[in-house]
Design a protein around this ligand. Structure first.
Ligand code: AMP
Ligand code: GLY
Length: 426
C-alpha cells in the first residue's frame, strides 16, 4: 500500500512511526512532515491545509490510503474531496467533522442522541448570554462556538468577569469563532481523553489517555495544546470504557449516520468523569496531540488494517485491537515562552542519543533541519519525549532521563507529567 499522512506535528510523527512498522506498507509519504518524520516517511512539501495540492498529489502517486492528522483539512473538506474520487481516507467528511468545528453542533447532537453532557445555552446576543448566567453558579464556562486553536474556552470565576468576557468574546476576541457563544454548567471530576475508531456505522474502542493542559507544574498557568500525557489511566477502567461506548460514542455515531452524516475516522471524546459517570466535554474529529503519541506507543496491533477498515466501512470485520499492558508517558518539550511568544530556529542537540535510550522514542512536533543538517526548533511544542515501562514510575523515570540527555537551553518542559497516575499507583 501507498499511504499519505497529512500533517506535521508530534501526532503525525507517531502515526508515521507506527504505520512504517506495517509489512503492508510499500511507500509512506507525509505532507508537510517535520525533521523527525523524515526518518520514517518521504516528506512532501505541501501544507496540510492545501486541499487542491494534496488531492493532486494523491492522484499522481496513486495513493491507496490518506490519513488526515489535524482538524483543519477535515473541516475544509479534504475527506469529502478524496471520497468523491474514490481514494480511501481515514478521517470524517466536513459535515461529521462539525463535532469539532462547532461546539453548538455537538451540544445539539448531545440533545438529540441523549448523550450526558453539561447543561448549556447557545447565544448570539450578549444580553441573552448574560441573562443565562442567572441559571448557573460560578465558575462559568464560556466557549467560542468555532475553531479557536484550543484557546476558545474561558472559565471566569466571578459574574463580573464572566460578563466582561462575554462582551470581549462576542465582539471578536476569537474572530468569527466567537460570534456564537456556548455557555455551560461547570462540571466537576477528573478529565480523560477517550478514543474510538469509527467507520460510519461501527465503533471500536481504543484506549483512554490523560493529558496535562496547563503549562506549569502542579497544573498551573495558562492552557496549552497539552504538555504531556500518559496511559493507561487508572480512572478509565473496563466499566468506564463500556459506559463511554454505550452512553456517548455509539449514540453519537448512530445519530450522525441516521442524519446522513456518517462519522468515519477516530472520534476523540474529552470526558469529565464525576460521581455520576462520564460526561462529554467535547468531541474532536482527530487523534489528540500528544495523546496519539501514547496510543501508538502502547498499540501492539498493526494499525494499517484498522485505518483501512475505517476507510472501507469494514470495521465490524476486524478483531479488537491489542495493547501493551505497560505504562507509557510523553513529556512535551516546548520553546521558552510557549504558549505565549517564543523564538524559532534555536538549535537542539543530542536528540539521537535520547532516542537511542531503551524504551524511549522522541517524536518531533515542531522541528526542521538547518543548512548544516542541525536540528532546529520550529514551533511552540517542539519534541515529545516518550517512554514506556512496567510501571508508571519506570516510564516516567526513563522519559525524564531522555529529556535530560537533550541539550536545548531555549526549551523547557513540565517536571511532573503523570503525577496523578503515580499517586494512584502508590
Ligand atoms: P474544550 O476545548 O471544550 O475541551 O475545553 C477546554 C478545557 O476547559 C477542558 O479540557 C476542561 O478542562 C475545561 N472545560 C470545558 N468545559 C467544561 C465544563 N463544562 N466544566 C468544567 N470544565 C470544562
Ligand atoms: N491534547 C488535546 C488535544 O489534542 O486536543
Amino acid at each position: 500500500m501507498k499511504i499519505l499522512v497529512v500533517g506535521g506535528g508530534g501526532r503525525e510523527h507517531a502515526l508515521c512511526w507506527k504505520i512504517r512498522k506495517s509489512p503492508l506498507v510499500k511507500a509512506l509519504f507525509c505532507a508537510p512532515g517535520n525533521a523527525g518524520i523524515a526518518k520514517v516517511a518521504e516528506l512532501v512539501d505541501i501544507g496540510s491545509d492545501d486541499v487542491p495540492a494534496l488531492i493532486e498529489f494523491a492522484i499522481e502517486k496513486s495513493i491507496d490510503l490518506v490519513v488526515i492528522g489535524p482538524e483543519a483539512p477535515l473541516v475544509a473538506g479534504l475527506g469529502d474531496r478524496l471520497r468523491a474520487i474514490s481514494i480511501p481516507v481515514f478521517g470524517p467528511n466536513a459535515n461529521a467533522a462539525q463535532v469539532e468545528a462547532s461546539k453548538a453542533f455537538t451540544k445539539e447532537l448531545c440533545d438529540r442522541a441523549n448523550i450526558p453532557t453539561a447543561r448549556y445555552g447557545k447565544f448570539t446576543d450578549p444580553a441573552a448570554a448574560k441573562a443565562f448566567l442567572d441559571e448557573l453558579s460560578p465558575p462559568y464556562v464560556l466557549k467560542a462556538d468555532g475553531l479557536a486553536a484550543g484557546k476558545g474556552v474561558v472559565i471566569p470565576e466571578t459574574r463580573a468577569e464572566a460578563e466582561a468576557e462575554i462582551d470581549e468574546m462576542m465582539s471578536g476576541k476569537f474572530g468569527a469563532a466567537g460570534k456564537t457563544l456556548v455557555i455551560e454548567e461547570f462540571l466537576k471530576g477528573e478529565e480523560a481523553s477517550f478514543f474510538a475508531l469509527c467507520d460510519g456505522t461501527t465503533a471500536m474502542p481504543m484506549i483512554a489517555a490523560q493529558d496535562h493542559k496547563r503549562v506549569h507544574d502542579g497544573d498551573k498557568g495558562p492552557n496549552t495544546g497539552g504538555m504531556g500525557a500518559y496511559s493507561p489511566t487508572p480512572i478509565a477502567d473496563h466499566a468506564l470504557v463500556r459506559r463511554t461506548m454505550t452512553d456517548i460514542i455509539i449514540p453519537a455515531i448512530t445519530t450522525l449516520a441516521n442524519e446522513g452524516m456518517p462519522y468515519s475516522g477516530v472520534l476523540f471524546a474529552g470526558l469529565m468523569i464525576g460521581e455520576d459517570g462520564p460526561k462529554l466535554i467535547e468531541f474532536n474529529a482527530r487523534f489528540g496531540d500528544p495523546e496519539c503519541q501514547i496510543l501508538m506507543t502502547r498499540l501492539l496491533s498493526d494499525i494499517v488494517p484498522y485505518l483501512k477498515a475505517c476507510a472501507d466501512n469494514e470495521l465490524a470485520l476486524m478483531p479488537p485491537m491489542s495493547w501493551h499492558g505497560s505504562a507509557a508517558v510523553t513529556v512535551v518539550m516546548a520553546a521558552n515562552g510557549y504558549p505565549g511568544d517564543y523564538e524559532k530556529g534555536t538549535e537542539i542537540r543530542n536528540v539521537n542519543a535520547a532516542d537511542a535510550l531503551d524504551h524511549v522514542t522522541v517524536f518531533h512536533a515542531g522541528t526542521k533541519r538547518g543548512a548544516k543538517g542541525e536540528l532546529l526548533a520550529n514551533g511552540g511544542r517542539v519534541l515529545n519525549v516518550t517512554a514506556s515501562g512496567d510501571t508508571y514510575a519506570q516510564a516516567i523515570e526513563r522519559a525524564y532521563q531522555a529529556v535530560d540527555t537533550i541539550d536545548w537551553p531555549e526549551g523547557f518542559c513540565r517536571r511532573d507529567i503523570g503525577w496523578r497516575a503515580l499517586e494512584s499507583s502508590r
